[in-house]
Design a protein around this ligand. Structure first.
Ligand code: SF4
Length: 346
């Protein structure tokens, strides 16, 4: 059986036509699945019983199961989802003035092992399928009764380490016959896999690209992000310039302030010099502290200093509002604490 959410709408339409159903039936099925969130073919009232049986014999409509939710006082909801093979993944639903945004995972675990992130601590379990990425949006909407208007692929996993499934997911997410979320409302965040940035530039979509930079020199960045040993800062920035040139899209650089590590005024100045002249902006993030990782001081204390220095050097900058700090909203924490519980129970 094929999970219909693993197929792009065009692929699914091809399968449906191949089953002998009239072409317009595919559009009706997509309407029920993606717009009305009805997953049972027999409940699609304009689909005949015999067509529903045919569809049900070829397709399953699996989405992740909600295993646990944590709701913050600011309205942020963190989901722990179960996959069909028992793996656990996380998504975070955030409420903004413009509506709801969901941060989704692209892998179960992550091989990048960034020092400030819980997701990489246990390595990579496996890539998520396009349907498992799509399913996080479906399941969050069904569970919360909300409509998600923006997506960030910034949860557990490195999206460019799962490139083909990512592109398939982006097709489903942005396609008007699929989730219908405009490309400009979707952001993919990478830790700096240079071949992925170049492929994504050549792919030429309107999807936003974010780079997790977090440091300004190779020695320091390699300490907190081991991927930097393979793809040093100058190569990442060269690929970013190529992306901007190819797409004419503004790129965003994520910079998590880690107290006593990368949050000095000198670092802000170095960052301004690195990014000078690039069509970009910097997103300053007061880092969410994770269990088992010791940082000294307040992560937000130098946010204003960074904001001023970057702004004075002509770099567009925003300081991200910290959401869900009371519910372990940093990526990988809930999945990991669930694993800890299992470990403790054993
Ligand atoms: S920050 Fe992203 S790339 Fe780094 S370990 Fe965590 S999930 Fe992986």
């Amino acid at each position: 059986m094929i999970n219909i959410f693993d197929l792009t709408p065009d692929e699914a339409a091809g399968e449906i036509k191949g089953m002998g159903l009239q072409a317009y039936k595919a559009g009706q099925v997509f309407e029920w699945l993606y717009k009305k969130r009805v997953l049972d073919f027999s409940r699609m009232t304009n689909i005949s019983k015999s067509d529903a049986r045919k569809l049900g014999s070829v397709f399953k409509t699996d989405i992740p199961s909600v295993e646990r939710t944590l709701e913050s006082t600011d309205g942020t909801i963190k989901y722990l989802f179960g996959l069909s093979d028992g793996n656990m993944i996380e998504s975070v639903l955030m409420k903004y003035s413009y509506g709801y945004s969901l941060c989704i995972s692209s892998q179960a675990g992550c091989r990048m092992n960034c020092s400030f992130c819980a997701s990489g601590k246990d390595g990579l379990e496996r890539n998520l399928t396009a349907g498992e990425m799509t399913g996080q949006i479906m399941a969050s909407e069904i569970s919360s009764g909300t409509h998600i208007s923006r997506i960030v692929v910034m949860g557990t996993g490195e999206p460019f380490d799962n490139y083909d499934n990512l592109l398939r997911f982006l097709d489903i997410a942005a396609n008007p016959k699929g989730l219908g979320i405009g490309q400009r409302r979707i952001t993919v965040s990478t830790c700096g896999l240079v071949p992925g940035i170049i492929r994504f530039a050549d792919y030429g979509s309107q999807v936003n690209l974010a780079i997790s930079l977090h440091e300004t020199d190779n020695e320091s960045r390699s300490r907190i992000m081991p991927v930097n040993k393979k793809y040093p800062i100058e190569e990442v920035l060269k690929a970013c310039r190529y992306y901007v040139e190819k797409t004419n899209r503004r790129i965003s650089f994520e910079y998590a302030l880690i107290p006593g590590v990368n949050d000095s005024p000198a670092k802000a100045l170095e960052l301004a010099h690195l990014l000078k002249g690039m069509l970009c902006y910097v997103n300053i993030i007061p880092v969410n502290l994770i269990k088992g990782v010791e940082y000294k001081g307040n992560p937000g204390k130098n946010a204003a200093v960074f904001y001023d220095i970057l702004g004075k050097h002509g770099i567009h900058v925003t300081v991200r509002r910290e959401l869900g700090g009371d519910i372990e909203a940093a990526c990988g924490q809930l999945r990991r604490s669930h694993a800890d519980e299992i470990w403790r129970r054993d």
